[in-house]
Design a protein around this ligand. Structure first.
Ligand code: COA
Ligand code: AMP
Length: 625
């Protein structure tokens, strides 16, 4: 089937299109109505179906002849561990973990926070929640205690599942002190914690609150799958918005399962039995969708990798995994490819391995910059595919649809809209822009299955953030253009969200933290381009009048404060002390202009600027760096 035909089918009759796709999954009861609209005007897919995502991902395969196939390979160069689970073994482990959660009082609709490193127990915990109809919320292990506390307060979990530690190359990161601090900080009080003890750092358990995973899991009855409605929530995943408060993106069971299953073939060209390697982290949406759910729903083998693209032990790490497990497709962030390219510019380590199983290289998380694309294309004969997506959608909005029809690549473009997404470029007044002109990338409603249907507990934020800017459209927050041939070029965020090493972060949140320093009067944090990490935050800081303190000391404090409040992943390392910040006459900080100046881009002097001379001061500061 050609891409155009598939796209047209999805636009002409979306309900028929998605009904047909949903038939490849096993439902307890299929939906009576494929697409419905609730009293708030929000669309839901397969809302009245009866189903269970864990059943579809595990039990279905065990019952249909795939029980002895490998479901998950755990490969951990940081602990020298290689272990695999068949579908039957994984189903049985997950049933036990679900039994353990049930014994701790977890029921359908309860929230469970999962704060874990890249160990298979993290996937088991997610699937166990799905099995019970509980809603998981995975918090990335690199986040600091206060980030975890914010999520505890918002999601109000009954239980937290964690591990004693994670491993960052050589460094053991103890999770338990962070978990304890977060629980102390949070107003919402959890009923208990389940802790998976790792030998690299045993955690002290708090009696009456913490239970030991390994001791408990063997003593419980395995749990069966609880039927849920299609519009019941599978998970909440927090992502950065423009303010300090993260947004709890909610994902419904049915739409998610259908989109995952469809995308696994249509976008990634993966058939049951194929091996998929998504080198990300379960803390991010890529990890949810393409390390855990989609490969399993499709009956593939997923590689669960606890390591880095480089240094574990070298820049050949991914190629070793591909050869060892006969991986068909690798999916990682451009920053990971750039890190490999930097360490191994001539691709010597690529040549060391037999990569004949590899058919595709995928990249997402940020734009695949043309030099990295060219480097990959020079060293591999397989298609190198950039695809654009967001936590909000759970799968790619645009891609080169490998399982439908591969199109010629245009470096810098994420190719074409995925069927289901009716993408338009709108100006700031909501008017459609012609081909080649940059504007707000928007999607005509209804959004396809899997897209968020709310922000957890904050319908107003959902509506105002995504649906009300341009009525009838979802506004993505990304800017870009579509060329004459329908190719989409995503050029960057239109808001104050930045992307550091493929990690989505809020500069607004960093500003709130920096602004709390006693010596700081005000500040603006913007993202500056970085060759390796894509972007890095840069703070412009105005000190309070009369502050005589040691400026270097203040800068160090700020680094430490952001590290403590958000985590090392924020990579806040640089502050420039300035006299004033450029603002409009109404007092709005001109962050976009500052960012353009930092990156040496041309900019239009904002007509509303209060004092244009401040921009010269900013330029001088940047030149002095
Ligand atoms: N737990 C604790 N700390 C973590 C962490 C985790 N899960 N992940 C990262 N960190 C820490 C790192 O140790 C580092 O700490 P440091 O400042 O003390 O050195 C800091 O956060 C920054 O990490 P990172 O941005 O990952 O940089 P790096 O220099 O350690 O590694 C890369 C560079 C390119 C190898 C790495 O960024 C990478 O693998 N990126 C891929 C990202 C990805 O998959 N994103 C998912 C989106 S699809
Ligand atoms: P996240 O929600 O963490 O997946 O981050 C989503 C954001 O990352 C998007 O809104 C984009 O700004 C950026 N992004 C992800 N993939 C791409 C891509 N292929 N091209 C350009 N930007 C991307």
């Amino acid at each position: 089937m050609s891409y155009q035909k598939e796209l047209e089918a999805s636009k002409n009759n979306p309900e028929e299109f998605w009904r047909e796709k949903s038939n490849t999954l096993e439902w307890f009861e299929p939906a009576g109505q494929v697409l419905s609209e609730d009293e708030h005007g929000i669309h839901h897919w397969f809302a009245d179906a009866q189903m269970n995502t864990c059943h579809m991902a595990l039990d279905y395969h065990v019952n249909n002849g795939r029980g002895e196939q490998t479901a998950l390979i755990y490969d951990s160069p940081v602990t020298s561990t290689e272990r695999s689970y068949t579908y039957r073994q994984l189903r049985d482990e997950v049933a036990k973990v679900a039994g353990m959660l049930k014994a701790q009082g977890v029921e359908k609709g309860d929230r469970v926070i999962i704060y874990m490193p890249m160990i298979p127990e993290a996937a088991m915990a997610m699937l166990a929640c799905a099995r019970l109809g509980a809603i998981h919320s995975v918090v990335f292990g690199g986040f600091a205690a206060s980030e975890l506390a914010v999520r505890i307060n918002d999601a109000k979990p009954k239980l937290i599942i964690s591990a004693s530690c994670g491993i960052e190359i050589q460094r053991v990161v103890e999770y338990k002190p962070l978990l304890n601090a977060a629980i102390d900080l949070a107003e919402h009080k959890v009923e208990g914690c389940i802790i998976y003890q790792r030998e690299q750092a045993e955690a002290a358990l708090i009696e009456g609150r913490d239970v030991d995973w390994k001791n408990t899991v063997e003593m419980v009855e395995p749990a069966e799958c609880t039927p849920v409605r299609g519009d019941d929530l599978l998970y909440i995943l927090y992502t950065s918005g423009t303010t300090g408060k993260p947004k709890g993106v909610v994902r419904e069971n049915a739409g998610h399962a259908v989109a995952m299953k469809y995308s696994m073939k249509a976008i990634y060209d993966m058939d049951p039995g194929d091996v998929f390697f998504s080198a990300s982290d379960v803390g991010w949406v890529v990890g949810h969708s393409y390390i855990v759910y989609a490969p399993l729903l499709q009956g593939c083998t997923t590689v669960f990798y606890e390591g880095k693209p480089i240094m574990t032990p070298d820049a050949g790490a991914f190629w070793r995994v591909i050869e060892q497990y006969q991986v068909k497709a690798l999916f990682t962030a451009p920053t990971a490819y750039r890190a490999i390219k930097k360490e191994d510019p001539n691709g010597e380590l690529i040549k060391k391995y037999n990569l004949s199983s590899l058919k595709y290289l995928f990249a997402a998380g940020e734009r695949l910059d043309p030099p990295t694309y060219e480097w990959l294309s020079a060293h591999f004969t397989v298609p190198v595919i950039d695809h654009w997506w967001q936590t909000e959608t759970g799968w790619a909005i645009s891609a080169n649809m490998a399982g439908v029809e591969l199109m010629p690549v245009k470096p810098g473009s994420s190719t074409v809209p995925a069927p289901g997404f009716d993408v338009h470029i709108l100006d700031d007044n909501g008017e459609e822009l012609p081909a080649g002109v940059q504007g707000n990338i928007s999607v005509k409603l209804p959004m396809p299955p899997s897209s968020l249907t709310n922000i957890w507990g904050d319908l107003e934020r959902f509506k105002s953030g995504y649906l009300e800017t341009f009525p009838g459209f979802y506004v993505s927050g990304d800017g870009g253009y579509i060329d004459e041939e329908g190719y989409l070029f995503v050029m960057g965020r239109t808001d104050d969200v930045i992307n550091v090493s493929g990690h989505r972060l809020s500069t607004g949140e960093m500003e709130e933290i920096v602004g709390k320093h006693d010596a700081v009067a005000e500040c603006a944090v913007v993202g500056r381009s970085d060759e390796l990490k894509g972007q890095m935050p840069l703070g412009f800081v105005v000190l309070k009048a009369g502050v005589e303190a040691d400026v270097e000391g203040i800068k160090q404090d700020l680094v430490q404060m952001v590290r403590e409040k958000i985590g090392a992943v924020a990579c806040y390392k640089e502050s420039l002390i300035v006299e004033r910040l450029p603002k409009t006459r109404s007092g709005k900080i001109l962050r976009k202009t500052m960012r353009q100046i930092v990156d040496g881009e041309s900019y239009v002097m904002p007509s509303t600027i209060d004092d244009p001379a401040i921009l010269d001061e900013i330029k001088d500061k940047i030149n002095e760096r």
